[in-house]
Design a protein around this ligand. Structure first.
Ligand code: SAM
Length: 281
C-alpha cells in the first residue's frame, strides 16, 4: 500500500494487548515520513514489536502548541505524519487536539485510522445501556471540583463513562455514591485486554469493598461507568427527585408531588406514584 503524502493520520494503538492493532494502522505507520508520538520511548516498544522503522518525534501536552506549528509545515511540504498516543485513540483524553484543529483550519487532510479505545471497549462489555452515553474524561483531582462536576451532569444523558486512576478511584467512588445515591449500579472495567482484565459490578460501596479486599485490585488502569437511573424513574431527573424528597419531609405527598411537578414541569401523577414507592421503602 502507498501512503498519500501531506496527510495527518490519527492512528489508534493497543490499550494492552499488542495484537489489537489493524493491518491498515501497521501499513500506515510503516510508510509515513514521521510518527508523532506522545512518548517516543514508550511507543518504540510497539514499533519494534512490529518491525516499524519510521522516524519518530514527540508531541505531548507540554509541547503540543509549538510542535503543531512545525508539524503543519512538514504536512504542507507534502510529508505524511501518523499521530499516536501511549495507548488507544489519540485525542481521547490524550494530546492532538491543537494539531488536528490547525490542520482543519489550514486545509490539511486528517484521516482517522480507528482501533482500540478504552471507553468503547469498557462500554461494549459492561452490560449497561449503550444507546446513549456521556464520556466525561478524567474527573477533577480535587474533591469539591469533582463533586461539582458530578452534580452538574443532567439526568437523561444515559450511561456515564469516566477514566480514573488507581490513586483516586476510592475517593471517586465515595463521591459518586454521595451524588447519585447508594443504590446506583456501577461497573468498573479494569486492565482491559490485559491478563488481569476484570469487570467489577455493583453499587459504589460493593465495588469499594471489592477493591479493599485485595490491595492489588487498586492497581492498574480503569474505566468507571455509572448506569442511568432505573427505567421507572427515567423521566424524573435527579434534581426533581431531590425536590420531591425535600418537600415530602415537610408536606403531605399529594401537595409535595403537585409542587414538584410545577417546579420541574413534570407530571403530577408520576411524581405521586414515585413518592408512594419511596414511602413504602
Ligand atoms: N486515548 C486512550 C483511549 O483511547 O482509551 C485513553 C488515554 S487516557 C490518558 C488513559 C486512561 O484510559 C487510563 O487512566 C484509564 O482510565 C483508561 N485506560 C487506558 N487503557 C486502559 C485499559 N487497558 N484498561 C482500562 N482502562 C484503560
Amino acid at each position: 500500500m502507498t501512503t498519500q503524502s501531506g496527510q495527518l493520520y490519527i492512528v489508534a494503538t493497543p490499550i494492552g494487548n499488542l495484537a489489537d492493532i489493524s493491518q491498515r494502522a501497521l501499513d500506515i505507520l510503516s510508510t509515513v515520513d514521521w510518527i508523532a508520538a506522545e512518548d517516543t520511548r514508550h511507543s518504540s516498544r510497539l514499533l519494534q514489536h512490529y518491525g516499524i522503522q519510521s522516524k519518530m518525534l514527540a508531541l505531548h501536552d507540554h509541547n503540543e502548541k509549538q510542535r503543531a506549528a512545525s508539524l503543519l509545515e512538514k504536512l504542507k511540504q507534502g510529508q505524511s505524519i501518523a499521530l499516536i498516543s501511549d495507548a488507544g485513540t489519540p485525542l481521547i483524553s490524550d494530546p492532538g487536539y491543537s494539531l488536528v484543529r490547525y490542520c482543519q483550519q489550514e486545509g490539511v487532510q486528517v484521516v482517522p485510522v480507528p482501533g482500540a479505545c478504552a471507553l468503547i471497549a469498557a462500554l461494549s462489555a459492561a452490560g449497561l445501556p449503550t444507546d446513549q452515553f456521556l464520556f466525561i474524561g478524567f474527573l477533577a483531582a480535587k474533591q469539591q471540583q469533582r463533586l461539582n462536576q458530578l452534580q452538574a451532569i443532567p439526568a437523561g444523558v444515559g450511561t456515564l463513562v469516566c477514566y480514573e486512576t488507581a490513586r483516586r478511584i476510592q475517593d471517586t467512588l465515595q463521591d459518586v455514591q454521595q451524588v447519585f445515591g447508594a443504590e446506583r449500579e456501577l461497573v468498573l472495567a479494569k486492565e482491559l485486554t490485559k491478563t488481569f482484565e476484570h469487570f467489577a459490578r455493583g453499587t459504589a460501596s460493593e465495588i469499594l469493598q471489592w477493591l479493599q479486599d485485595d490491595p492489588k485490585r487498586c492497581q492498574g488502569e480503569m474505566v468507571l461507568m455509572i448506569a442511568p437511573v432505573a427505567k421507572t424513574e427515567s423521566d424524573i431527573s435527579d434534581t426533581a427527585l431531590h425536590t420531591l424528597q425535600l418537600l415530602m419531609a415537610e408536606l403531605p405527598l399529594k401537595k409535595a408531588a403537585a409542587l414538584t411537578a410545577e417546579i420541574h414541569g413534570l407530571k403530577k401523577n408520576a411524581l405521586y406514584q414515585h413518592g408512594l414507592s419511596l414511602q413504602q421503602k
